[in-house]
Design a protein around this ligand. Sequence first.
Ligand SMILES: [Mg+2]
Length: 300
Amino acid sequence: MEKNTIMVVDDQTLNLYLLKDVLNEYKVILAKDGEQALKILEEEILPDLILLDILMPGMSGFEVIKIIKDNDRTRDIPVIFITGLNSAEDEEQGLNLGAMDYIVKPFNPAIVRARIRNTLKYRNQQKMLETMVHIDGLTEIPNRRNFDIILDREYKSAVRNKRWLSLIMIDVDQFKHYNDNYGHAKGDEALIRIAKTIKSCLKRPDDFVARYGGEEFAVILPDTDEGGGRKVAENIRQAINSLRIKHQKPEGDPWLTISLGSYSSMPNAFRKENSLIEKADACLYKAKHNGKNCTVCEQE
Ligand SMILES: [Mg+2]
């Protein structure tokens, strides 16, 4: 596993270096006051944990944690106060502001290490769970829940920026027949290869594929009109064809194929993203009726 990163914020240089030494099993970022800490959080890769002093010139640690907890980007980073303030009131205030722990100076290195280890263990488990609930267990691409979140986000962004948005719905042709013929283990294997292949056809960082249901996949293409949607859909269809996954079926080619429905629209705030799914689904339905292994594209 990669080393966790810890940010230490303290106005005493001596404390910074003492703590850096105590935390030598981690990657450590040092900040000498609240302003510098917030600047680093804005510009750099986020740390996995923040050790925060309270009494500092300029902003106090209490002010700093409020800003951290108010920002979506930094809210989930655990903060541990490490301070000379040793009253119960201060500790209560620190914990109420969202700190995970409170360590009083002068600190015992072994205890600092243990508390940090516990907090990181919790944080790492939480991060793993967050990833798991958004990933399809079989194909390891995003799942339906993740799709709903991304479509909502991209739809709003398309409305805001007056940009095209394309959605491609994909269904594996006669997949029930495939499972009946070759067994579910082979069926699962085929779905994994199909998911990987669709993913490899997407070139831009914001293009997105999810497993939508059993043998259904969905692709979201931000900033893409009908022409662009058609191009991506056809690339995907051909890539799946060239896998030549053997499938003896009553009609069509003797290998696994997919049908695709692509719908492109310039969304506006008066419609819902659900209508985009319905339209793309209708295109997919037409593709099935046109004999499968084909793409039907429409636009608003
Ligand atoms: Mg201080």
